[in-house]
Design a protein around this ligand. Structure first.
Ligand SMILES: Nc1ncnc2c1ncn2[C@@H]1O[C@H](COP(=O)(O)OP(=O)(O)OP(=O)(O)O)[C@@H](O)[C@H]1O
Length: 524
């Protein structure tokens, strides 16, 4: 702010009694000039100040104008915002109103549903109590049904078992009758073939002493009547009744004894797992006994093979004997007790002695169920005989040295009737189920048995395997042989698919006719 100039020494006009002289006038004039000068300077200053104030005012005015403009623009914008907000607010208000209406509707519906729910709950409770009541009734009925089902099942399995036993007994009766007939006939004389004179005559040295020339029976081949063969002769006519098996030891002639069998593992189809198991328990201890010693465990004594007939149980035993170079000694349970009545137990003892002598050896007890079946009591003398034979077998198995080179393989089609005593631990170290072959197994059995046949190219073994569901290895072998026979009869160059199909029909049909009812737990 510009400081106002304060007049310093204003000229003082004094009134004096004398008239101003020229000096006074000059003095007053110069004072007036000074005053005028000062006032001019002050005026100038005031003008400059005014000018500056004007400029500032103009600037301020400009600023105020621009502020006014921007305030107007801002106002415009705010007004727009207010409008938009109003629109949003209106929309929200509309939504809110709708929601309120909906809420009212929902509340009404909710009230209605609550009522319905209460009704439904009530009827549910009623139904539930009815259900609980029926459930109780049903439980009682179900228990009765289960009870009756159990009784029916029991009766059915008893029936099946009885039917089976009946068939078994019928067969045994038939066999015993034949045996009895044989026993009733005059005893036969034993003789040894010395030589064949021609196709029809043979020289025999009889056990009574003399040498005889007898007629060669039509049904015996030259090979069977080879020098040294043992034959049984009719005492009156001296005709040859039958060729006797090679007698290794007079006491145990009931046995089949093969020094070295010719069955190999690769001739057995579809039993990989079973072979592996049996090789572990029978082959390994014979071939590598040191492994068991090293590990410090007792080597197994043997195994029990069980399963349907004709599935290769005997083959497995023979193949193990072959692999281990062991003597194969086969004894048939039913023959032990039927042929040697009173001597079964003695035969068992001799069997084990002989196996020891011929070691390494494998004792194969076929149809072990004939001597080891579960019995309720030993009422008949035959029962007692069977029991004695079994006791002897168990004693031999228990007293038998695990480290000896003798192993036992037993086989049965009737695991269900076996005496638990024979299954007790320490007797058979492993029980191996030998089942009917699956399609793959059947295919490989077809291939094995037809390996030496001349076959036509069209033969598809997988297809034949599909057609023989339920067939055993023995059935498949029979099919292959029969197919060969069809081809021979038809004088063909090779066995054709049609021959196989005819053979399958023939064998499977006859199998169906022979089939017996199988008790449920027969193989388990
Ligand atoms: N898995 C198989 N592989 C090849 N051939 C088999 C097989 N199973 C059975 N066979 C054929 O069937 C024949 C009879 O088999 P095997 O005597 O071994 O049966 P099994 O089970 O001992 O019968 P069973 O219980 O009636 O004594 C054999 O000689 C063989 O030709």
């Amino acid at each position: 702010m510009e400081k106002m100039v304060k007049p310093k020494d204003k000229p003082v006009y004094t009134t004096s009694k004398r008239a101003p002289d020229s000096d006074d006038i000059r003095r007053s004039e110069s004072e007036l000039d000074l005053e005028i000068e000062r006032l001019s300077a002050e005026l100038k200053k005031a003008e400059t100040l005014l000018k500056r104030t004007k400029t500032i005012s103009a600037q301020r005015l400009e600023e105020i104008k621009s502020l006014k403009e921007s305030a107007a623009a801002e106002k415009e914008r705010l007004l727009g915002d207010v409008e938009r907000s109003q629109a949003v607010y209106d929309a929200l208000q509309a939504d809110y109103n709708t929601l309120i209406e909906e809420k009212v509707e929902i509340q009404t519906a909710l009230e209605k549903s609550k009522g319905e729910l209460a009704t439904a709950k009530e009827s549910l409770n009623n139904t539930r109590s009815e259900l609980v009541k029926s459930h109780k009734d049903l439980s009682v009925t179900r228990e009765e049904v289960i009870l009756s089902q159990g009784i029916i099942q029991q009766l059915e399995s008893q029936k099946k078992s009885i039917e089976y036993d009946k068939i078994h007994f019928e067969r045994e009766t038939k066999r015993l009758r034949v045996e009895l007939d044989r026993m009733k006939t005059t005893p036969l004389l034993m003789g040894t073939v010395v030589k064949m004179i021609d196709n029809d005559h043979v020289v025999i040295r009889s056990s009574a002493g003399p040498q005889l020339v007898v007629s060669a029976p039509m049904d015996l081949t030259e090979a069977e009547l080879a020098p040294g063969a043992n034959v049984a002769l009719n005492q009156q006519t001296f005709s040859i009744a039958e060729v006797l098996p090679v007698l290794e030891e007079p006491e145990v002639s009931a046995l089949e004894l093969i020094e070295s069998t010719d069955i190999t593992y690769d001739q057995i189809g579809g039993l990989g797992d079973q072979l592996r198991e049996i090789r572990e328990v029978v082959e390994l201890p014979l071939v590598k006994p040191e492994i068991f010693e090293r590990i410090g465990i007792e080597p197994p004594k043997g195994a029990l093979l069980y399963g349907p007939p004709g599935t290769g149980k005997t083959m497995i035993a023979k193949a193990v004997a072959n692999k281990t170079n062991a003597t194969f000694i086969r004894v048939v349970g039913s023959e032990l007790v039927q042929k040697y009545i009173g001597d079964g137990a003695k035969m068992v003892h001799e069997l084990f002695e002989m196996a020891q002598k011929k070691a390494p050896s494998i004792i194969f007890i076929d149809e072990v169920d004939s001597i080891a079946s579960r019995r309720t009591d030993d009422t008949t003398s035959a029962d007692r005989e069977i029991h004695r034979t079994l006791m002897q077998l168990l004693a031999e198995m228990d007293g038998f040295n695990r480290r000896s080179n003798v192993k036992i393989i037993a086989a049965t089609n009737r695991l269900d009737i076996l005496d638990p005593a024979i299954l007790r631990p320490g007797r058979f170290d492993r029980m191996v189920f030998v089942p009917l072959p699956e399609a793959d197994g059947r295919e490989s059995i077809f291939k094995i048995h037809s390996a030496k046949m001349t076959l036509s190219d069209e033969i598809d073994f997988a297809e034949l395997a599909k057609m023989t569901e339920g067939a055993s290895g023995a059935d498949i072998k029979a099919v292959v042989t029969e197919a060969g026979m069809f081809a021979v009869r038809g004088e063909k160059m090779s066995v054709e698919k049609a021959d196989f199909i005819d053979a399958i029909h023939k064998i499977m049909e006859s199998k169906k006719k022979e089939e017996l009812p199988v008790p449920e737990n027969m193989f388990y």
